[in-house]
Design a protein around this ligand. Structure first.
Ligand code: C5P
Length: 323
């Protein structure tokens, strides 16, 4: 069976990857750039229900709120949005969105015709610089939340201040701190400097909801992936895709994820909006993508036909679970 067919069944191993991707993985393991030292147990055989409960309990959404140094001394408590992200989209009756779509940027979504279906959701999450203009038939045109990595803020080529991609949406930015989550070290040397542009944007557009994920949240998600995987995974943060899925499980009653687990349209085309081909975008080199995807497939409640035809996974929101 191909790697993708194995993903549809949630059974994967690095041994299925091409030698080139296996070597890239090994290099990242040896480099251990973020000084990961995993201390937890491994329980690779948990049931879907156990896995969901663990995710709900351990992956508590957390954003930088300005209560800790060095951010408190810099006045971030008054800089960050007054309403916490998890409450932003809650109505008076305390319920969040009913149904949500997470739209990955995978090339496989091209020619899917999923745009209409995606736009019927109450909220749509997109990633980084993924456009809708010109691709509406396949990806829809509604955007409620955009998750952006620190490169989007730091690299001038993305025109973060002027591009319409980042306007009229809720923004959630992230950058990997060292695994031990020393905020002073993180502030002094982030992967890409997002702090200056964040502060500037908050001052210029105080009404736009814009959050920075707490690095402890990112690494807690990583811990859950490693804790549920037999193999040693890449010591690098999960992909924006995985982070976005877990975020929407907090905000929504039901989450549909598109082209994260590849459909039968699976392709080496990295993004639907760029002519760049690399299987690493789908199967991972830097990010532990293969393992993230396997974990999501294990909690998928939708039928295999949805996966094959739509690349669609169905997940329950955390509020819908009884613990
Ligand atoms: O590349 P970028 O991180 O902007 O893409 C957004 C997310 O979409 C990724 O983090 C990954 O989870 C998902 N993706 C994928 N397969 C691809 C491209 C992106 O699963 N070929």
């Amino acid at each position: 069976a191909s790697v993708v067919q194995r993903l549809w069944r949630g059974r994967v191993s690095a041994g299925m990857l091409t030698p080139r991707l296996q070597r890239a993985m090994k290099d990242y393991l040896n480099a251990n750039k973020h000084h990961v030292a995993y201390k937890g147990h491994r329980r690779p055989a948990q049931s879907a229900k156990e896995l969901l409960c663990q995710l709900k309990a351990q992956a508590r959404l957390r954003t930088v709120d300005g209560s800790e140094q060095p951010f408190s001394a810099l006045g971030w408590a008054h800089l960050v949005p007054p309403v916490p992200l998890e409450q932003l989209h809650r109505q008076k009756d305390q319920s969040g969105f009913k149904t949500c779509a997470v739209v990955t940027s995978a090339g496989a979504i091209l020619h899917s015709g999923l745009g209409k279906e995606i736009d019927t959701h109450d909220a749509v999450l997109r990633f980084n610089a993924a456009p809708t203009e010109g691709y509406e038939k396949d990806v829809g045109n509604k955007t409620t939340i955009r998750i952006i990595n620190s490169q989007i803020l730091a690299n001038p080529k993305h025109r973060f201040n002027t591009s319409s991609l980042y306007k009229n949406v809720t923004l959630v930015a992230w950058d990997p701190a060292p695994y031990a989550v020393n905020l002073h070290k993180w502030f002094a040397s982030p992967d890409y400097n997002l702090f200056g542009p964040y502060v500037e944007r908050r001052k210029r557009h105080p009404a736009q909801p814009f959050y920075v994920l707490h690095p402890s949240y990112v690494w807690q998600l990583w811990d859950v992936i490693q804790g549920n995987t037999q193999e040693t995974i890449q010591p690098n943060p999960p992909s924006s895709g995985f982070i976005g899925i877990l975020l929407m499980m907090v905000l929504c009653e039901q989450v549909h994820v598109y082209e994260y687990i590849p459909s039968m349209r699976q392709t080496d085309l990295c993004h639907y909006h760029e002519r760049y081909y690399d299987a690493a975008c789908t199967l991972g080199a830097y990010h532990p993508l293969l393992y993230e995807k396997s974990l999501i497939q294990r909690i998928n409640t939708g039928p295999e036909s949805d996966l094959k035809r739509k690349g669609r996974v169905t997940l329950p929101g955390f509020t819908q679970m009884y613990t």
